[in-house]
Design a protein around this ligand. Structure first.
Ligand code: FUC
Length: 740
């Protein structure tokens, strides 16, 4: 722990030294700052219901008085198969909804906490999601009783848990129903409800509920479980499919039935308190690694429901606790929809109430899936990155076949070597729409990052390196030489913008990034010296984007950028972020040109929620703190986020939620230039604050406390003490990191 100025902030010192303890208190006691709360039930599911999940099994909770309704999702419930790897968007698979649970509570008094048909008045209604515990709660009064509910999805237990209770103790009567989204018949037996089925691609799936009552009685009805005069009720849900990430097995494994039975039986043998405690402990093991304080919000503002705070924040700012909450929401969502052993977050994360969602709720390779994972390493959730690597490696075989068959990739030497991917893909080797030809190289950036931040050499050698090498081989064969000896990516495309042609900046920058990272990887592992040299040579002769006639970073080789073009993509700025080819320190003229281009894109026009997240990160890399903050604030506007704070790209899209967390991490700390730069883009709106637990490349954990816009103390820790360069208030220091 380093004091920048001796002494003054004893408080901050305490905070940094005993950070775990202090933050437990802050998060626990002041749960208001990490709570999304509402005074009305959710009306429109994707926009208003609150998301819960354990990385694989998810729910959208409506919290209606008199009825709980939860949309169920299972992350591997996908249509599609590799016969559709032809590039037809229509035949590509789509992420499916699993079903819904309804728990209807009969109207009181003495019956339950429901309004019925106007028979019981409901008062003091409140529903909320506490990001610190990952537990959704509902509370309201009816018939002189306070009715309470809780809901969460346990990762250790692999079950969803819905709890119904009342204070003082009161009787619950009603019925639990389970409804599949594909016309299944639900069977009821004992305290269980179950439906199962198979999609047209043969994917088998099943969902089950177990109803556990405290007192009273329960009875299986016609596709429902009826409960009478129970003091409380716990509903457990489990679901699964027979999907396995293995092309060799046709992506099919064991029928999920046995596993679901085991999970429900294990959970049913535990008390509600034990399930809840195990869930919170597991979730907090990830969530509490990073804490953020951007300043205090006025109590009047803090007292408002999140919807009103969001409107005020968009209009006039001034709610730093909501801003910190938005950053932490990205982390909450990542932990809830992307865990080791599962599939990665798709366009809607894990939440979907349709069998025909926009863009199939697929994996979009030209910005969206990558943006989903920008936060994983810097926001200290490296484990959550794993599903992305597993999905990519599980698709390589069908992608190789499709690449070899594609006329686009035929060379005089025969079919292409390696693999490429189209703009959209599913989980069964299926792909749709156009080839996004440099997406293979962009995917490799994530493999490299995971090593660069975490330092696991064995993983680099066994998993990342072979993937990166194969993509380098693809590009070595595909690049085209210009008469002057420079190399271009032939026939590329700046996503969804302009013509297909050679030397598009987006493509040049992504391939540069791949080659640069590959050189570092092969040096680290001391492998393939000759190949490394060839790749380094190609990297150094790749056409570098030019600075154009109005001082902009050109999007194409020809200087045709229009300063009035407000397109949503900022693809040609990849080299600033998430790449690192251009930076303020190393290539100031390119940084200035990138800023020209970015300013011209502007906040209006053809912009989406994810555009603002990307622009926040870009301005942060360009050290333009106020513009970065301006872009971040846009996320609170009605056009960019829903009431439940999901990114709004109708009905919702999750990339902006993840991207904005990454963008703010870049505002607070950067580590791409061989140094750890503290507060490179701190806006005036955050004069004092603290962050604990950011991750920097090289395996460092970074805590910073600042006041009056200046770093006051910081701590850099790593597994082994190591020398590290730190830029503090503009000055470079070399320090020894502290043990973790
Ligand atoms: C990209 C974007 C769209 C949308 C889609 C899912 O193609 O251009 O805005 O986010 O992905």
């Amino acid at each position: 722990m380093f004091e920048v100025e001796p002494n003054p902030l004893v408080q901050m010192k305490t905070w940094l030294y005993s950070s775990a303890l202090v933050w437990t208190c802050v998060c626990g006691a002041g749960a208001g700052d990490l709570t999304l709360w509402y005074d009305k039930p959710a009306a429109r599911g994707m926009n208003e219901a609150l998301p819960i999940g354990n990385g694989r099994f998810g729910g959208l909770v409506y919290a209606e008085p008199g009825q709980e309704r939860v949309v169920l999702n299972e992350i591997s419930l996908w249509t599609g198969d590799d016969k559709s790897a032809t590039g037809s968007y229509e035949t590509m698979g789509a992420f499916q909804m699993l079903g819904e649970v309804f728990v209807q509570l009969a109207p009181g008094p003495g019956g339950a906490g429901a309004p019925g048909a106007g028979t019981v008045q409901v008062g003091s209604y409140r529903r909320w999601l506490d990001l610190a515990t990952a537990i959704h709660q509902v509370r309201y009064q009816a018939g002189g009783v306070t009715w309470r509910r809780e809901a969460f999805v346990s990762h250790p237990g692999q079950v969803m848990v819905l709890r119904f209770a009342a204070d003082p103790l009161a009787a619950h009567s009603g019925a639990v129903r389970l409804q599949g989204a594909h016309g299944e018949t639900t069977r009821a037996a004992g305290n269980r409800l179950v439906f199962s089925g198979a999609l047209a691609n043969g994917l088998k799936y099943e969902a089950q509920l177990a109803v556990l009552n405290d007192g009273g009685t329960i009875q299986a009805g016609d596709g429902s479980i009826e409960f009478k005069q129970c003091n409380g009720l716990t509903v457990l849900a489990a679901a699964g499919t027979d999907y396995v990430p293995d092309y060799g097995r046709g992506y099919r494994g064991e029928d999920p039935h046995g596993m679901i039975e085991r999970r429900l039986a294990t959970a049913a043998a535990k008390t509600y308190g034990a399930l809840r405690a195990a869930h919170a402990e597991d979730f907090q093991g990830l969530f509490n690694r990073m804490a953020l304080d951007l300043g205090k919000t006025a109590p009047e503002r803090l007292a408002l429901p999140i919807g009103q705070r969001k409107v005020l924040e968009a209009e006039k700012g001034g709610d730093p606790e909501l801003e910190a909450l938005m950053v932490q929401y990205g982390r909450y969502l990542m932990i809830s929809c992307s865990r080791p052993g599962g599939l990665p977050a798709n366009l809607q994360g894990l939440w979907n109430d349709s069998n025909d969602p926009p863009w199939h709720s697929d994996y979009h390779a030209n910005i969206n899936i990558q943006m989903n994972y920008w936060l994983a390493e810097p926001a200290n959730l490296a484990e959550c990155h794993a599903p992305l690597f597993d999905l990519i490696t599980s698709q390589l075989e069908p992608w190789r076949k499709a690449t070899a068959q594609a006329p686009e990739f035929k060379t005089t030497a025969g079919p292409a070597r390696g693999w490429a991917v189209r703009t959209s893909h599913g989980i069964h080797g299926d792909m749709g729409w156009q080839w996004d030809v440099t997406a293979n190289a962009w995917y490799c950036q994530h493999f490299w990052w995971h090593y660069a931040y975490g330092g696991d050499r064995a993983w680099l050698r066994a998993v990342a390196y072979p993937v990166m090498k194969e993509v380098c081989q693809f590009w070595e064969a595909r690049l085209k030489a210009l008469p002057d000896g420079q190399w271009v990516v032939p026939d590329g495309w700046s996503p969804e913008h302009g013509p297909h042609e050679d030397g598009v900046s987006y493509c040049q920058e992504i391939v540069w990034d791949l080659f640069n990272n590959f050189v570092a990887a092969s040096q680290t592992l001391a492998l393939d010296a000759d190949f490394r040299q060839r790749i380094a040579g190609l990297r150094d002769r790749l056409v570098v984007p030019k600075i154009g006639r109005w001082g902009q970073l050109q999007e194409w080789m020809e200087d045709r950028d229009d300063p009035e073009d407000h397109h949503r993509h900022t693809s040609h700025l990849f080299g600033v972020y998430p790449g690192q080819q251009f930076s303020v320190a190393r290539t100031p003229e390119y940084a200035a040109a990138a800023k020209k281009s970015l300013d011209a894109r502007g906040p209006a026009g053809d912009v989406r929620e994810w555009s603002f997240a990307w622009r926040t990160a870009l301005y942060a890399r360009l050290h333009d703190a106020e513009s970065a903050y301006g872009m971040f604030r846009q996320l609170f506007s009605e056009r960019n986020t829903c009431l439940n704070l999901f990114g709004l790209h109708p009905p919702m899209q999750i990339d902006g939620n993840f991207g904005i967390t990454a963008g703010v991490c870049e505002m607070l700390m950067q580590s791409h230039e061989g140094e750890i730069n503290l507060l490179p883009a701190l806006p005036a709106a955050w004069p004092s604050g603290r962050v604990r637990g950011l991750r920097a490349r090289g395996g460092f954990t970074v805590d910073i406390a600042w006041k009056d816009g200046k770093v006051r103390s910081y701590r850099i820790a790593s597994a082994e003490p190591r020398q590290v360069k730190v830029r503090v208030n503009g000055q470079i220091r070399t320090i020894l990191s502290e043990p973790e």
